[in-house]
Design a protein around this ligand. Structure first.
Ligand code: FAD
Ligand code: 2HG
Ligand code: ZN
Length: 485
């Protein structure tokens, strides 16, 4: 478990007392909180097993009023609080650093309403993404976002992180599909902006401030979101390619040839694939290994039309020598098998001894340079001898269509020699190429100190001002998001 970056507990925050616990019990009831050390543990440690806090209390409110009462009390008493959804953050945002109270949203899981004509869904923020997606499937709709953590992450956590995922290419970001939010501010005020309108130009669009705010200025309790119709025809193909230039060519052609039916374009390198195969049972999809793989999904309304388009596209890819090999899923089971490879990369890497994760946006053409440069810098640059290097792999995969690469650096152990070599080197590289140091996973406690590589001093100052206005006592998710030093 990694040490937090040298922060000290802020002494302005009160330490929890028995009286506080009794007060909370009066709000959430006897079954609405956890303070038993063994049961606290999964709430205190993050998905990567990298960040661990020591919260003595998890609160499990069941409705917005309870959350409002809790925050009003915490604000008066100066008790620090960490909002927690499914705890799948990859930036250490969802666990406490010291003894902050964890406010878990897991019992806030009611679907509120659904409009079968417009596809607008309203729900509690603690609903699990996959549960919502399955519920919508029965009505012919789907969630506009999808990610491998869907079985655990919550829609409120997705919105608080502004998660991107596998469908962003087609359905856009949550800044577009979220129509309204209900938010409890740090002083307990309930901000009801549960709009179900697609158009509303009356004043500042306040909900946007909370999308991607990582639980630092309010707790999202309700969500209104536009959901697309589920496509009648879905095809998935996986291709093996020889170079990153070929990956880019395949993408350009996909946009041209598959155009309106293209719904995902993902890539991974052979190094990631080898790690996947090491940890998960895998029946060879292709007979040979290739340096790069892409997964293409099409979603449309007419299977025959889509099949024809995809067949033409794949034919072109093979005839032009852009792709070396390819498979097209023939049924639902094969569609799932192909997606399982892409979805399983994060899980496979999680089984390695230690991983440093970077989630960057850069112009597509630079994605591979970045990975190669990092390999050279860490493994072949002579800093560590080949044999002694603690770095065992540098792998890259991600959302080509969104210019978002996930660079994962695998090491024998968490090793400050490695993190010191990566940071700020990588962030300087990203800033030089007009990129972002966090494309979709957020800042949390993993990237907050490096915000200056992606935002100007004036922007950071304004962010701090907004934080102070909304949370003058700084009780919500302290030590994270904004630079502390
Ligand atoms: P948590 O991890 O619990 O919290 C995330 C942040 O939001 C924290 O700062 C927390 O304090 C805050 N928060 C949570 N709920 C609320 C709320 N109701 N109100 C206010 N603040 C809140 N991310 C992507 O963008 N794209 C991907 O493709 C993707 N794939 C992933 C795959 C795996 C296997 C894993 C483990 C993670 C992945 N992630 C991805 C990262 C992560 O951002 C998402 O899983 C998800 O958005 C987090 O939701 P959560 O409910 O788990 O939130
Ligand atoms: C993905 O796209 C997720 O699979 C996780 O954003 C990325 O494991 C990662 O680094
Ligand atoms: Zn991703």
């Amino acid at each position: 478990v990694e040490k937090f970056p040298g922060y000290n507990r802020n002494h302005r925050f009160k330490k929890l007392t028995d009286d506080d616990v009794s007060y909370f019990e009066s709000i959430v009831g006897k079954r609405g909180y956890i303070c038993n050390v063994d049961e606290l543990s999964p709430y205190n440690i993050d998905w990567m097993n990298k960040f661990r806090g020591q919260s003595p209390l998890v609160l499990l409110p069941r409705n917005t009023q309870q959350i409002s009462d809790i925050l009003q009390y915490c604000n008066e008493q100066k008790l620090a609080v960490v909002p927690q959804g499914g705890n799948t953050s990859l930036a250490g945002g969802s666990v406490p650093i010291f003894d902050e109270i964890i406010l878990s949203m897991r019992h806030m899981n009611r679907i509120r309403s659904f409009d079968n004509v417009s596809g607008i869904l309203t729900a509690d923020a603690g609903c699990i993404l996959e549960v919502l997606d399955n519920w919508l499937a029965e009505k012919g709709y789907m969630m506009p976002l999808d990610l491998a953590a869907k079985g655990s992450c919550q829609i409120g956590g997705n919105i608080a992180t502004n998660a991107g995922g596998l469908r962003l290419l087609r359905y856009g970001s949550l800044h577009g599909s979220v129509l309204g939010l209900e938010v409890v501010l740090p002083n307990g005020t309930v901000l009801n902006n549960m709009s179900t309108l697609r158009k509303d130009n009356t004043g500042f669009d306040l909900k946007q401030l909370f999308i991607g705010s990582e639980g630092t200025i309010g707790i999202i309790t309700g969500v209104s979101i536009l959901t697309p119709l589920r496509s009648k025809a879905v095809n998935v193909a996986m291709l093996g390619l020889n170079s990153f230039e070929d990956v880019q060519d395949a993408f350009k052609h996909a946009r041209l040839e598959l155009s309106e039916i293209l719904s995902a374009f993902e890539f991974w390198d052979n190094q990631s694939f080898q790690i996947y195969k090491k940890h998960f049972p895998y029946k060879d999809i292709m007979t040979k290994d290739y340096p790069f793989y892409i997964l293409i999904e099409t979603s449309g309304s007419n299977k025959r039309h889509d099949d024809e388009k995809l067949t033409d596209y794949l034919g072109q890819m093979m005839n032009n020598g852009i792709a070396q090999d390819g498979v097209v899923a023939q049924d639902q089971k094969q569609i799932k098998d192909l997606w399982d490879v892409r979805d399983g990369l994060t899980g496979a890497l999680g089984k390695e001894p230690a991983v440093y994760k970077y989630d960057i946006s850069i112009p597509v053409a630079n994605i591979w340079h970045c990975a190669q440069d990092m390999r050279h810098h860490l493994c072949m640059g002579g800093v560590f001898g080949e044999k002694d290097s603690p770095v065992t792999d540098v792998v890259a995969y991600g959302h080509i269509g969104d210019g978002n690469v996930h660079l994962n650096i695998v090491t024998k152990d968490l090793d400050t020699r490695v993190s010191d070599l990566i940071e700020p080197y990588l962030f300087e590289w990203v800033a030089k190429h007009q990129g972002s140091i966090s494309a979709e996973h957020g800042l949390g406690v993993a990237k907050n100190e490096f915000l200056g590589y992606s935002k100007t001093p004036e922007m950071i100052e304004l962010m701090k001002t907004l934080k102070n206005i909304l949370d003058p006592n700084g009780i919500l998710n302290p030590y994270k998001y904004l630079p502390q030093t």
